[in-house]
Design a protein. Structure first.
Lengths: 239, 489
């Protein structure tokens, strides 16, 4: 269970995030949508204690994120390619992350075997450092690394961007399977409304740092979101 | 078009995000630069008199011509390390109606204005002025300068063609060694052979056309080569190296720190900047020779303490001062991963400790210059281990500048800030002061003893100190993450 209370982040005079209260129950697959600058990455960075909140706090499974580090063992994430260590090969990177999360080589190998399909033969055994892989392949490596060590909370920022169509479909399958496990909470942000509505049970829309919509995903959700963002653009035209 | 390119270059420099912040550094570097240029000019002006003194029976012009071949070879050799190939972000221009030949001309033209070409001028022009003052014929001297410029430009463009080819470097190095060897052992006088060739540039002004033509030809070859290579998949693409995976399971012996240690070793070995750092550190073992062999220093004990701290602590200061900026490109991952800060720091301590011990072992042969040398180096090594490691780690927490690992370290100020200059004070100067005080009041035994005891005390308090440093790193975490995200250009 993740609880967000009275959370805000202010840079200078600009309020980039302001969430009064938000609860994400354990096991939920949670989707975050919003335009550029809506505060998606800011929220995720706060969840990972990479930036300090101006006010308020986040509690991740009974641990207050900005005062204790005890959330780290059960939380994993992939935000962007700065999460990769460029001078390692993908295998070395996976083993390193495994080491940090108390998984030995065999554990990691077993996990990687499940994602052979997702890797599409482009990640393992390539004799290439991560820095020399293409953006899409870097992303694949980063996403799979975030599954190492049975995390209870998985945070993925824009996981679908830069991926080819086949991989996008496979990733959707993977996230769905992950979300089916009752004790794993998955947080995903995306620009792509179709993808999030497909994989997430609940969708929260951020706009200029505020929660403007909080909906259980249903057959009408996509339509509702399209109407919302369509209205946004109409409004921009009016202004 | 050239004007527009230049203005873009200008903007990319002045609008780079780290310009304002590192202004302090730029000023300090500027002073160094001016100092260097002035001393170069002074050497150039003084060279006439030096040569006259050393070789009284021949004209300084002849003397300098004798050594010119070595100058050229050495410059080629050094430029391999120092000179960066001129790059411009040409990708955006590929699809615009700019002729490829214009781009090629611009890139080559800009490299002609490289600082390395100017350096030689700062030496040659004062030398020439002194020649003129001493009544050498003006036409000859002026055309001689032009000829030299032609040679310098040729060197410049040859260097571009060679394009960081290791084999050529080894070739130049061997020719240099061979030539010097032949000269030294009197087998064949390379100096005498080439002296008339270069002296001709002065004696027969018409020969000035030769270096000019040479520079022109090499420029043209470069131009043709470059023009045909302006494609995304040719010249512009950075080469990717085949990964060599190495199983470093022996690091597991260090327990939890093993994985960090392994990561650090891979980082050092697989990135240009860190790798050269190690080689530079190793070279500094010979630094002691400068001090032990020179008569003037042999009685100055504080100088020996400096050498001791420096030699055993060179890796400590070179590598340590940029902790944790070495990990800057993936620091946010490290901070959100399941990493205990303390273990992370402890692994760095092990790495530096090994380096200090290793450097001390390498300096043991200096015992040849007397037991004091060994004793001082030993005391300094202990001091480095106990006191300087915690100090440098502590100052590391002030690092907020990103380092791109795969860039060359020469003239690379990336990651440097005022902190780096400040940290050198306690690390290098304090032990020398301590040593000098106890040396002049008591004697060398006491001075070495004090340094050693301080080191041992620091070592005994290691856990406590590391705890303090860990807290400091946790406190500074957000600033570091934000700072490391800013790409330096």
């Amino acid at each position: 269970m993740i609880t967000i209370e009275n959370l805000s982040k202010i840079y200078g005079s600009q309020k980039v995030l302001n969430i009064e209260s938000l609860n994400i129950p354990t096991g939920q697959s949670f989707g975050l949508v919003g335009n550029n600058g809506a505060g998606k990455t800011t929220l995720f960075s706060l969840l990972l204690d990479l930036i300090q909140p101006t006010t308020g706090y986040i509690i991740n499974n009974d641990v207050q994120v900005n005062t204790s580090e005890d959330w780290k063992p059960f939380t994993s994430s992939f935000i962007d390619e700065t999460f990769l260590i460029g001078y390692l090969t993908p295998e070395e990177y996976f083993y390193f992350i495994g080491d940090l999360r108390g998984q030995n080589k065999a554990d990691v190998d077993a996990l990687l075997a499940q994602y052979q399909d997702f890797f599409h033969g482009e990640i393992l055994g390539q004799k290439k450092y991560l820095r020399d892989l293409s953006k899409g392949n870097q992303k694949k490596a980063g996403i799979v690394a975030s599954f190492i060590g049975n995390p209870k909370v998985v945070i993925l920022d824009e996981p679908f961007a830069n991926l080819d169509p086949t991989t996008q479909i496979r990733l959707k399958q993977i996230i769905k399977e992950l979300a089916e496990q009752k004790d794993v909470t998955v947080l995903v942000s995306s620009h792509d409304l179709i993808h999030v509505t497909e994989v997430c049970e609940r969708i929260v829309v951020l706009n200029k740092g505020e929660v403007v919509k909080d909906i259980e995903t249903s057959a009408e959700t996509l339509k509702e979101l399209e109407v919302f963002f369509g209205a946004e653009s109409a409004q921009v035209v009016m202004e | 078009m050239f004007k527009r390119f230049s203005s873009l270059q200008w903007k990319s420099f002045f609008r780079s995000s780290n310009l304002g912040k590192s202004l302090g550094i730029k000023i300090v570097m500027g002073f160094f630069g001016v100092y260097m240029l002035l001393s170069l000019a002074a050497t150039g002006a003084g060279m006439y008199f030096i040569l006259k003194e050393v070789f009284p029976d021949q004209s300084p012009m002849w003397s300098i011509s004798q050594y010119f071949i070595y100058w050229i070879l050495i410059e080629l050799f050094l430029r391999y390390f120092m000179q960066k190939l001129p790059v411009m972000d040409i990708k955006p221009f590929l699809t615009t109606p700019v002729k490829k030949s214009t781009i090629a001309h611009y890139i080559l033209g800009r490299s002609a204005a490289s600082i390395y070409n100017l350096l030689t001028l700062f030496f040659v022009v004062p030398f020439a002025i002194v020649l003129l003052v001493n009544g050498y014929p003006a036409v000859n001297v002026l055309l001689w300068i032009v000829g030299i410029m032609g040679i310098i430009l040729s060197i410049n463009y040859v260097n571009l063609l060679v394009n960081k080819n290791d084999k050529v470097l080894i070739g130049i190095g061997s020719i240099l060694a061979l030539g010097y060897g032949l000269d030294y052992f009197g087998v064949f006088s390379v100096k005498e052979f080439f002296a008339p060739v270069f002296h001709a540039l002065y004696a027969y002004p018409i020969t000035v056309l030769i270096p000019i033509a040479l520079a022109g030809i090499i420029y043209y070859v470069n131009f043709k080569y470059l023009r045909d290579k302006i494609y995304l998949d040719a010249k512009l693409q950075s080469k990717s190296v085949e990964a060599n995976t190495s199983d470093m399971s022996w690091t597991k012996r260090f327990g939890e720190m093993g994985s960090f240690l392994q990561l650090d070793l891979k980082m050092i070995w697989r990135n240009k900047r860190t790798k050269s750092q190690v080689f530079i550190s190793l070279l500094f073992v010979f630094y002691g020779l400068v001090f032990y062999t020179v008569e003037a220093y042999s009685s100055m004990m504080p100088m020996k303490a400096f050498v001791g701290v420096f030699m055993t602590g060179i890796f400590l200061s070179n590598f340590g001062q940029f902790i944790p900026a070495w990990d800057s490109s993936y620091y946010s991952m490290m901070m959100s991963q399941n990493i205990p800060m303390r273990k992370y720091l402890e692994s760095k301590v092990i790495l530096i400790t090994v380096s200090v011990v290793g450097m001390f072992l390498l300096t043991i042969p200096y015992v040849y210059f007397g037991w004091e040398a060994l004793a001082i180096n030993f005391g300094c090594a202990l001091y480095n281990l106990g006191v300087n490691i915690p100090v440098i780690l502590y100052f590391g927490s002030f690092n907020k500048k990103r380092i791109e690992l795969d860039q060359s370290p020469f003239g690379n100020m990336q990651g440097a800030s005022a902190t780096q200059f400040l940290v050198m004070l306690p690390v290098m100067v304090v032990p020398i002061i301590i040593f000098s005080i106890f040396y002049y009041i008591f004697n060398i035994e006491v001075a070495v003893g004090v340094l050693s005891v301080l080191g041992i005390i620091g070592f005994a308090m290691k856990n406590y100190l590391l705890g303090l440093i860990t807290e400091q790193y946790k406190k500074k975490k957000y600033g570091m993450i934000a700072g490391f995200k800013e790409k330096a250009s």
